[in-house]
Design a protein around this ligand. Structure first.
Ligand SMILES: [Zn+2]
Length: 247
């Protein structure tokens, strides 16, 4: 996706000012993988924590598919490495270990609404929702071009619809910046686009992302199919503004 195309949907978006950020209240950040929360919401997480607003982060998958063939980091070692990295990243943003939940569903295989195990995933998420009772939720964008991100949206949406009270819902963009087809972009009427000025948080966000050594360096170097975030992808997130869509 070219920059010009990207720019059209958020360039004139209003800025969500600090007084309005404060109104978000208790906030639940939903991340399919260990790094999505820092990439998509690292700035707003930092800003909310600076305002003493409770933030809880839930990781939906176990993250095991980033390097599926590594001998040095077989399944359990990889899962615990990525979880430890997320604890470290979130500490930089001001979120403690007790405010993190790992659902450990299978990476790369999150069920969408049609799948037989969809309701199990919804129920797992609902237990976090009921426990934390957030006023606001951040989840990946409905059509973010990654199957786990889209499935996460569906799981969250189903659970939020069944919640006994209204929850504000914001969506963040990860793969949209790199891989979006024109159908993946938000269209008029789908929601309200906001920009958040994260200038004072930007260095913390960058450091948090860099805590994911397994995703940003060649730490795991024995899997030819291994995944790392390229400098080009990372550059999308080293930005003074975070962009969200509110429904
Ligand atoms: Zn992801």
């Amino acid at each position: 996706m070219g920059l010009a195309q990207e720019a059209t949907f958020y360039d004139h978006a209003p800025v969500l000012l600090p007084a309005e950020q404060q109104l978000l209240g208790k906030t639940l950040i939903v991340a399919p993988h260990q790094d999505d929360e820092s990439l998509g919401c690292g700035g707003i997480i930092y800003l909310l924590k600076q305002m003493d607003i409770p933030v809880h982060v839930v990781f939906v998958t176990d993250g095991s598919k980033s390097h599926p063939n590594s001998k040095k980091y077989p399944f359990e070692k990889l899962v615990s490495l990525r979880e430890n990295e997320s604890v470290e990243a979130l500490a930089i943003l001001g979120v403690g270990k007790n405010d993190i939940t790992f659902l450990r569903l299978q990476d790369g295989r999150l069920p969408t609404a049609e799948a037989p195990d969809f309701q199990d995933a919804v129920n797992a998420f609902k237990s976090v929702l009921n426990h934390f009772e957030p006023k606001t939720i951040f989840t990946p964008w409905q059509r973010d071009p990654h199957p786990d991100h889209r499935a996460t949206w569906q799981i969250v949406n189903q659970a939020v619809q069944a919640a006994p009270y209204a929850i504000r819902k914001f969506e963040y963009f990860i793969w949209l910046w790199e891989r979006a087809g024109s159908d993946d972009l938000p269209v008029a009427g789908e929601g309200k686009i906001w920009k958040v000025d994260i200038e004072i948080a930007q260095d913390y966000k960058k450091t948090a992302v860099e805590a994911y050594l397994s995703q940003t360096t060649s730490l795991i170097d024995d899997d030819p199919e291994g995944f790392t975030l390229s400098p080009e992808v990372l550059a999308h997130f080293d930005n003074r503004f975070e962009i969200f869509l509110e429904r």
